[in-house]
Design a protein around this ligand. Structure first.
Ligand code: BG6
Length: 509
């Protein structure tokens, strides 16, 4: 039976301040999420949005931008929009924060925001530390009155390597306590990622096989068919390791491989995630070279259309050494996962957009059946499809109808669309902004998680610091460089094809 989720907890009164209010993230993600929350009745009395950015807008200009960014919003959001205000100014100017403070006082006075503040840093990372310090200097980082809260939501990237991440953390902690800081990784807002917890800890049948005794290896794929679009300039400073692996992949791995937490409270879950991250082996420089394949896309074809090489994208250096593809072999050094290779691959301009985690199981001790007639039998696998076509599949071997023992792989499938038809699946941002408003930090990244994730990836950055170190090329529209296949084949495995239908076809193909 389809069941609709229970209504969301209403937000307390709050003034939400978005730094970077004129930017892309605000328009594409934050404002639509806020509008959806308003229309679900989350934003009751006492809400005010204050935009801050350099662009010289008036309140009315900002309200127009909000309206344009949320064309489908309902009456509640429309009504709220008329109260939104805007502070124009540089983040390095004290005056900006003096005026922000006055705007906050006015919001408390006329919108009843009760001294509660949610600061959202949707800016370039270079100003995170500075904005936090300026907020502290202007008395905004501590609760404005007894019982009020002051929280800061910060977007990735949290640093660009271990040293800069530690530095940023120190700057943020000089202004805010850890329990005031909500670090967003939008993968944690995805229903399917959260469902890993339900799959693992609400079901008895998976736990006995969720370990090195049964799992042969784990594969994580985060594939995108898009290129870098208009973000070439940013991507040049990032690359796949910083953009996807240090954050999204590490978060997904932590939830998939961690030990059962002692409860579902924010710190209970995050304690286990950190322990798992601490168990991921930190490679030596040689291992970092040997167990990683970096690639960059060249011209190619996607969906029958020619696509340009990465080096021809706007904002990209024609001699760029940035990786748009990465395959890694990781290992987890603990009792549960010792000896189980963890293969990760991510890339832009791959043949499809698909994100999945697959636990690939060991083969049977002895196969009774003829190898020739069971050649279509793949190892058992439990696959969490994070997107698209969200769901979970259990792949196993079955007999093809007929006289002899022809075997092939089939799948038992759970699909969100089918099981929860009609239920609205919230965008990750909606869920995360709501949680920050109500003070639930479970899905946000704690500072020790960020630090540990950087400790794992830092050696790769160091190993690649030489120009051109280990960069290989792949045509756009393919699954990455051939070397990435060899990385897996060395362990006797192959990458799964996450796009081919993994279900039984009526014609047996
Ligand atoms: C972002 C990266 O964090 O995640 C982007 O900066 C990437 O480069 C995006 O495209 C992928 O997110 P999703 O939700 O589409 O998988």
């Amino acid at each position: 039976m389809p069941s609709n989720p229970p209504p969301l907890t209403p937000a307390p009164p709050v003034a939400m301040v978005v730094f970077g209010a004129s930017g892309d993230l605000t328009r594409r993600k934050i404002l639509p999420a806020m509008a959806a929350l308003a229309d679900q009745g989350v934003l009751k009395e006492g809400f005010r949005l204050i935009g801050v950015a350099r662009t010289p807008w008036s309140d009315a200009d900002f309200q127009d931008v909000v309206t344009a960014a949320t064309p489908d919003a309902g009456p509640r959001w429309r009504e709220l929009t008329r109260t939104f205000t805007y502070v124009s100014g540089g983040y390095d100017q004290s005056d900006t924060f003096t005026r922000l403070r006055a705007a906050l006082a006015e919001a408390d006075e006329t919108s009843g925001t009760a001294g509660n503040r949610l600061f959202y840093l949707a800016t370039v990372p270079a100003v995170f530390g500075h904005v936090c310090q300026a907020l502290a200097d202007h008395g905004c980082s501590k609760p404005a009155s007894d019982g009020a809260f002051s929280r800061v939501v910060v977007e990735k990237p949290f640093g660009r390597d271990l040293a800069s991440a530690l530095d940023l953390d120190a700057q943020m902690h000089a202004a805010f306590d850890e329990d005031q800081i909500y670090r967003i990784d939008h993968y944690m807002g995805k229903e399917t990622v959260q469902n890993v917890l339900a799959l693992r800890f609400a079901n008895a049948i998976f736990e006995p096989v969720w370990n090195h005794r049964y799992v042969d290896h784990v594969q994580v794929t985060v594939a995108e068919s898009l290129g870098v679009e208009h973000r070439g300039g940013f991507y040049e400073t990032a690359g796949a390791l910083r953009d996807i692996v240090q954050n999204h992949v590490m978060q997904v791995l932590a939830l998939t491989l961690m030990e059962p937490p002692t409860g579902i409270g924010a710190d209970r879950i995050r304690d286990e995630k950190v322990k798992l991250l601490q168990s991921i082996h930190i490679p030596s420089p040689d291992e970092a070279v040997d167990k990683a394949v970096r690639g960059q896309y060249t011209d190619g074809t996607l969906d029958g259309q020619p696509v340009a090489s990465y080096r021809d994208e706007p904002g990209v250096d024609p001699d760029s050494q940035t990786e748009t593809f990465l395959a890694l072999q990781l290992k987890v050094e603990n009792w549960r996962w010792s000896g189980v290779p963890i293969f990760v691959r991510t890339g832009k301009r791959l043949p499809a957009r698909v994100t999945e985690v697959a636990l690939v199981f060991r083969p049977v001790p002895y196969l009774l059946f003829d190898r020739q007639t069971s050649r279509d039998l793949r190892p058992n696998a439990l696959v969490v499809r994070i997107q698209p076509d969200e769901g979970i599949s259990l792949e196993f071997g079955a007999k093809v109808p007929g006289e002899r023992f022809h075997l092939r792989s089939v799948a038992m499938d759970f699909s969100y669309d089918e099981s929860f038809a009609g239920a609205r699946v919230a965008d990750g941002y909606e869920r995360l902004i709501h949680d920050a408003m109500v003070g639930d930090a479970t899905l946000f990244i704690r500072s020790d998680e960020v630090e540990q994730a950087w400790r794992i990836v830092d050696p790769y950055l160091q190993a690649w610091s030489e120009p051109g170190a280990g960069l290989t090329f792949y045509p756009a529209g393919t699954w990455g460089p051939r070397l990435a296949d060899l990385l897996v084949e060395r362990s006797g495995d192959t990458w799964r094809n996450p796009v081919l239908p993994e279900r039984a076809q009526p014609d047996g193909t």
